[in-house]
Design a protein around this ligand. Structure first.
Ligand SMILES: [Cu+2]
Length: 130
């Protein structure tokens, strides 16, 4: 192996080692299921552990679309895949489900569905992280 190749290899392993150490251990993430229906979240109060990786398994059991809108919650959390959340919400079509892996930060956050009238019909909840 050439001297240049060895240098590149060393640089590459350093580059991989540094961010990996800072990454949460996703393999140890717990799984929390939240059902979306017309017009409710189950559970209505979602309790999570601060700083602990978790996979939110969002299941829309309704035939119509709903979303899981929690702007402050997502803004404070570390998302495994930031692209999974757009403008603080996760959109789910009828009978769709989605996993969102994140590390939540302590706090008390409001949850709602932003579809027309859904919040008024009671589609709200809360996320408690402590
Ligand atoms: Cu809705």
């Amino acid at each position: 192996m050439s001297r240049l190749a060895l240098c590149l290899l060393a640089a590459a392993s350093a580059a991989f080692a540094a961010p990996a150490a800072a990454q949460p251990d996703w393999s140890g993430a717990s799984r929390v299921e939240v059902k979306l229906a017309s017009f409710s979240y189950t559970p209505r109060s979602i309790h999570l552990r601060a700083g602990q990786p978790v996979v939110l398994h969002l299941v829309n059991v309704a035939s119509g679309g709903h979303d899981f809108a929690a702007r402050e919650f997502f803004a404070a959390a570390t998302l495994r895949n930031p692209g999974a959340v757009a403008r603080g919400r996760v959109e789910l079509g009828g009978h769709e489900s989605r996993d969102v892996a994140l590390v939540p930060r302590a706090g008390h956050y409001p949850l709602k569905c932003t579809h027309t009238f859904h919040q008024m019909f009671g589609m709200t909840g809360e996320i408690v992280v402590d």
